[in-house]
Design a protein around this ligand. Structure first.
Ligand code: GDP
Length: 363
């Protein structure tokens, strides 16, 4: 599955938000939240299109796609040098695909801040510094090894060394590795280092109940910081989310309407994480189940089939594809076929978000 790690300094609201995520997962009966480890939660990705498809197909089951959130505790100043949970923390964070950085923007005298005051930009900097130091250590060690092999004339190692030096220079300037702008090929060459600062980041501003409009100066600072980095920011109020997590589906809709909100902060966070990971959804729609599946944006039809079963990918012949809007507007597959909107696509077809697909394959 695709994993999004939750990081942040102590007392910023990580556990509150993580707990809301896990109990929100429990609410979806068809996709029960499951605990892999105490700090890993699998959550359904909310998707209104599933309901629209189900209204047409009337399936026995509706199955959303899912995402994993990992609560990564232990990030404090000095973590890269072994303070706090140190290495254990870094081990966890290397394994995630993207990072949600929870930043405290709420003031509450009852909740102590580790540095004595609420200051989101300082917090972001503390976290970035730790992650940079950890990567710097990894890169320096690798450079030592690689430069020996490069000197002995190894062309591959010379190419790698050149990339490593660019990353090191950026880290030295306090920039994350993702700011280097490596090509996909270059990134692949150093992928096994599992650099932390190369992962995409989502800033999650945890605000107090009164600041949900996002006008508070703290939030604006985080928003500007995210924009300058080309990153996204999501607004959330941990306290409200933990209340929403207690409600059943209908109560939740009512509650959100009363607050004038389209979707919960949690749903926004899940969607933002999904987007950050570069993921898209395609659907299968049959009487047994209407189901959402996740692929990387750019996936070809056989890869999409492979998400269902590896045999589907190996024996792939063709895919019957209907664009989501065509499917809905035609009242389903039969209608789409009549209008010539059901296409037969081959191995080179690039999946589009929302495609309703049916695979033909050899066994
Ligand atoms: P963590 O250390 O980052 O996991 O932080 P916690 O989730 O344990 O939260 C620390 C404290 O802040 C707890 O007492 C929470 O109840 C409180 N808290 C979390 N989110 C909010 C919020 O949005 N508003 C307020 N006022 N308190 C919050």
């Amino acid at each position: 599955g695709f994993k999004c790690g939750i990081v942040g300094l102590p007392n910023v609201g990580k556990s509150t938000i993580f707990n809301a995520i896990t109990s929100a997962g429990a609410e979806s009966a068809n996709y029960p939240f499951c605990t892999i480890e105490p700090n890993v939660g699998v959550v359904a990705v909310p998707d209104k299109r599933l309901d629209a498809l189900a209204a047409i197909v009337k399936p026995q089951a509706i199955l959303p796609t899912s995402m994993e959130f990992v609560d990564i505790a232990g990030l404090v100043a000095g973590a890269s040098k072994g303070e706090g949970l140190g290495n254990k923390f870094l081990g966890h964070i290397r394994q995630v695909d993207a990072i949600a950085n929870i930043v405290r923007c709420f003031e509450d005298d009852n909740v102590v801040h580790v540095d004595g005051s609420v200051d989101p930009l300082r917090d972001i900097e503390v976290i970035q510094t730790e992650l940079n130091l950890a990567d710097m250590d990894t890169v320096e060690k690798r450079i030592q090894r690689t430069s020996k092999q490069a000197k002995s004339g190894d062309k591959e190692m010379q190419a790698e060394l050149e990339i490593l030096e660019r990353v090191r220079d950026a880290l030295n300037e306090g920039k994350p590795a993702r700011a280097v702008g490596l090509s996909a090929n270059e990134a692949k060459r150093i992928a096994e280092l599992c650099l932390i600062t190369i992962k995409p980041v989502l800033y999650v501003a945890n605000v107090s109940e009164d600041d949900l409009e996002g006008e508070h100066p703290f939030v604006q600072k985080v928003r500007d910081h995210a924009a300058a980095e080309g990153a996204e920011m999501v607004l959330i109020c941990g306290k409200i989310e933990s209340e929403i997590a207690e409600l059943d589906a209908e109560e939740k809709i009512e509650f959100l309407q009363e607050m004038g909100l389209e979707e919960s902060g949690l749903d926004r966070m899940i969607h933002a994480g999904y987007k950050l990971l570069g993921l898209i959804t395609y659907f299968t729609a049959g009487v047994k189940e209407v189901r959402a599946w996740t692929v990387h944006d750019g996936a070809l039809a056989p890869q999409a089939a492979g998400v269902i079963h590896t045999d589907f990918e190996k024996g792939f012949i063709r895919a019957e594809v209907t664009a989501y809007d065509d499917y809905i507007n035609s009242g389903g597959e039969a209608g789409a076929k009549e209008k010539g909107l059901l296409r037969l696509e081959g191995k080179e077809y690039r999946v589009v978000d929302g495609d309703v697909m049916h695979f033909r394959f050899n066994v």
